[in-house]
Design a protein around this ligand. Sequence first.
Ligand SMILES: C[S@@+](CC[C@H](N)C(=O)[O-])C[C@H]1O[C@@H](n2cnc3c(N)ncnc32)[C@H](O)[C@@H]1O
Length: 273
Amino acid sequence: MIRDDEFSRIATFLKGKYGIDMSHKKEIMNGRLENYVRAGGYKSFGEYMDAVERDITGNLEKKLVNMLTTNHTFFMREFEHFEFLKREVLPYLKRTQEVNKDLCIWCGAASTGEEPYTIAMVLKEFFGLEHPQWDTKVLATDISTEVLEHAVAGIYTEEHIETLPESWRRRFFKKHGDGNEYMVTDELKNEVIFRKFNLMEPFPFKRKMHVVFLRNVMIYFDSETKKELIRKVYDSMEPGGYLFVGQTETIDRSETPFQLIKPSVFRKREGER
Ligand SMILES: C[S@@+](CC[C@H](N)C(=O)[O-])C[C@H]1O[C@@H](n2cnc3c(N)ncnc32)[C@H](O)[C@@H]1O
């Protein structure tokens, strides 16, 4: 079992660098790391952390992040957001971006890819035959390299894709291997760009976003970290742009210039900078 001082060392490291607050999750941290630490031949969690901090390749730290992040997600999760995207947001963007036909859409905690691929399917369906004239590629980022590898491979079991409409399954997935796996088609893969990105870092984007999905990730951050992140997201967005957060998440309205459109959907006012 992890000792209190070892637990607090790892929790401090994780929060300082990645914003993830596990200060009340000792059991969970222990459960996720114990076997790995033992199998690695480390005499204690402390010795393991010494190794993580000494490792100049960064590989041990990468593995630590992979083990400690919670990556649960699924296709069509909180599907009301995708309906709203199709019904309200995309018609607005189609109208206002008619000249450039170029949308900037970012999914900031993409996990294993179900969320950005769902967004890409909505985009494909919405633009229909006009889609080839538009650039609507979705930027999908996450801090965990393991989930990103899964996302790029785009392989999911039959149960995973069950929540998708039949027509999308037929159009955007093909059978993979002899088992019950399916792979995202190249047509859809080409619509999503996966990159590793830590939300705690300064945002490197050259262009402002029209739509941001930042769902079910801020629950792992403390309120100060969250507040600072929301500020950065606001600055990174186009006026009139929309932000989706998880349906169980809240943004304190007194602390943000975002306009609340409906629970978990926010907007940067048109005309605002
Ligand atoms: C529970 S998943 C949410 C996935 C998806 N957005 C959804 O709503 O289904 C949270 C994701 O946030 C990622 N994450 C946690 N801290 C992060 C950070 N500092 N920067 C980027 N991604 C982070 C985790 O790796 C994980 O994949």
